[in-house]
Design a protein around this ligand. Sequence first.
Ligand SMILES: *Cc1c(COP(=O)(O)O)cnc(C)c1O
Length: 357
Amino acid sequence: MEIRVVPLPEERKKPKYNDESQLGFGRLFTDRMFIAEWKAGQGWVDARIEPYAPFVLDPAALVFHYAQEIFEGLKAYKWPDGTVALFRPEMNARRFNLSADRMCMPEVPEELFLGGIERLVALEKDWIPTSEGTSLYIRPTLIAVEPVLGVKPSDHYYFYVILSPVGAYYASGFKPVNILVEDRYVRAVPGGTGEAKTGGNYASSLKAGLEAKKKGFDQVLWLDGVHRRYIEEVGAMNMFFAYENTVVTAALSGSILNGVTRDSVLKLAVGLGYKVEERPIDVNELMADIEAGKVKEAFGSGTAAVITPVGTLCFRDVCHTVGDGGVGELTQKLYDTLTAIQYGKLPDQFGWVKKIG
Ligand SMILES: *Cc1c(COP(=O)(O)O)cnc(C)c1O
């Protein structure tokens, strides 16, 4: 599909940030956005890149009432030689369409998804920060905009992409987080929407997150919604536990998100000589293994935070320190290797990197 580029008037250009260390995450957006519309009977129409601006939506638009919404998250990296690269973006395209299918939304053809992102990022490449650990966060989103109060799939959608220059997630260093294992609230159940990246999953997770923060925790670790016994995932991260020679993560049960970083970590861990296991992880066994010193390291994986070391896990008022509570050797190695591939500092032996322009 042809992409129309609407001119960006000089006066619409935003002031650029001048201190990359103050970028934070997801607060600042670039000058332009990509948008295409889907209309029943017509399919995808009017793909265009426009100056970044608020939408005017009818207050009855379906997204506001019945939450027909999905999104993705990936990053563009600027290499020291000026190359701009994406990391496994076709995985995001595929997952976006799995989410769309679950929420009865139209498929976004891969050429439109990737073509829109690539064209937009190429136009906005001067916004990509270059200091250590910084990148351009890419947020593709699909929303239902038909104005009708009816529980039904919309007949009109916006697919849009916005870009946010983001700072190093660990501005104050690579620091282990403290996690509360949540056994009262649940995030998802088999047959539900846990495997889709859809807004409602996050709205319903806020309460547990706030209560955990009040108690001094950084995040919650969800258990499965049926038995409240098997480890699922954390916020927007998949979880890993490293034993002596084995790295264990929860199997894709249908209620956890199939992370691109999760898949990359599994492949890198094999390369580092570990056996990897995707299986149900019983929280009681896990806590006993941490207590016995068998679990050497724990960490989360996701696009935003890359790899996050876990210092302590608390379950039913008992806290367990993983290893010595610091950043484990494997955790550090995985972070270093993954980011080196993303920033073009290590050969891309898996074919994960997609250069733009
Ligand atoms: C996005 C997300 C992840 C991480 O997926 P990546 O593809 O690695 O970024 C994990 N869990 C949830 C709930 C998510 O939304």
